[in-house]
Design a protein around this ligand. Sequence first.
Ligand code: BG6
Length: 478
Amino acid sequence: IPVDPFDLVIFGATGDLAQRKILPGLFRRHVAGQMPTDARVIGAARSDLSSAEFRAMARETIAAHVDPALQDAALLEDFLSRLDYVALDVQAGTGWEALRSLVRPDVVQAFYFSVAPVLFGDLAEGLQAQGIAGPGARIVVEKPFGRDLASAQALNATLAAHFEESQIYRIDHYLGKETVQNLMAVRFANILFEPLWNAQYIDHVQITVAETVGVGGRGAYYDRSGALRDMVQNHMMQLLCLIAMEPPWHFDPDAVRDEKLKVIRALQPVGRGDIVRGQYLAGGGGPGYLEDAGNPSSDTESYIALRVHVANWRWKGTPFYLRTGKRLRARTSEIAITFKEPPHSIFDDARGWRENVLVIRLQPNEGINLKVMIKEPGPGGMRLVQVPLDMSFATALGAEGADMPDAYERLIMDVIRGNQTLFMRGDEVEAAWAWTDPIIAGWQARGDRPQPYDAGSSGPEDALMLMHRDGRRWREIR
Ligand code: BG6
């Protein structure tokens, strides 16, 4: 179903995100028939390009980043004909005139700030001062949204000076992932899980986001950030919220975000013994973190594992173990919910017994897998064995790779529709920083250094201990 006619202005249109994600994502939506005929995309950046040159760039990036099966020549020409370009230098204050002449006042207006956060203020102010943004205009901003509570508050205040909260779309691309949205469907559209969804029945939760890539190429940004700021404060926190939150009264932006905020506020401070930080060593043909970061004395972590408690009625006593890292054994993102033992076993031979585990696999091979106990087949008596009830989305729904919309596609279309449910509200972001700030302050005060770990491994040894001492084990990264 096409959305309403829109003008989408991408500031930073020649940058990496616009080229790799935004333009290819928009083209895929066009192929899917979702772009109305009078939708326009206006690239804006400092480079002195003509619209024709910008279209040529878009043509290349679409060829490189869109599945060949979707590359239809006629559709591509039609898509490119909707692109325009304006050379705009916010700091110099040039280019606004040209932009104003292109942005229509009577369609949905969306302004994507795909630029460094230091420019957010000038952009927001310019859009208003130049009379470009109409009353219903939307702005889209990317992470990093601050690097601590104070800077996030300052950014929020800057944006709030020019736009209402209902106009501000803070992207966390994890919320746009199909399986992450499925987490809400699984929890709230089935009667099966919710009655068991609490500390009485859930032993613990593991959230893993493991990557095989290093930070090469982004070293300068990453070294000032680290895994806690880059992944935990935003993406992993959002996953935790969706698992731990109370049922919202409605699938509605503020109802959902109110519940997530309550979870973040209920997070207990994390003690020193609940954190393990790591830094990858050279190996597998790749350089080590220190070399990638271009900083031989860096104490930034490329891996972090944490034990987290949500201090509320539902979760008292159920730990959430979070881990994320670069240059690990495999690219795997999953949430695994391990249930407790049945109160009493009626079987004499319980050797095969294992806990029920619900695994929500975010990537790759998106799907849901519930491990249940059955009788081992055969005449050998009553022996137990665990089998997976497996639902791969690709097979169950026939949605193969190219059909699964990318997170950005979904989120950009939500901006046009005016639906903020999958975007972070300002108070959520601030609450998340309020929780991470003391963690960082703690290790800075102690001068903690991350532990080295082998590239291609599962992370530092101490991370194993974080669970072992609770009598639990991490799931394998594979
Ligand atoms: C980004 C982080 O937000 O998310 C990157 O800055 C990380 O460091 C990326 O690699 C992971 O996203 P995805 O979608 O590949 O899991």
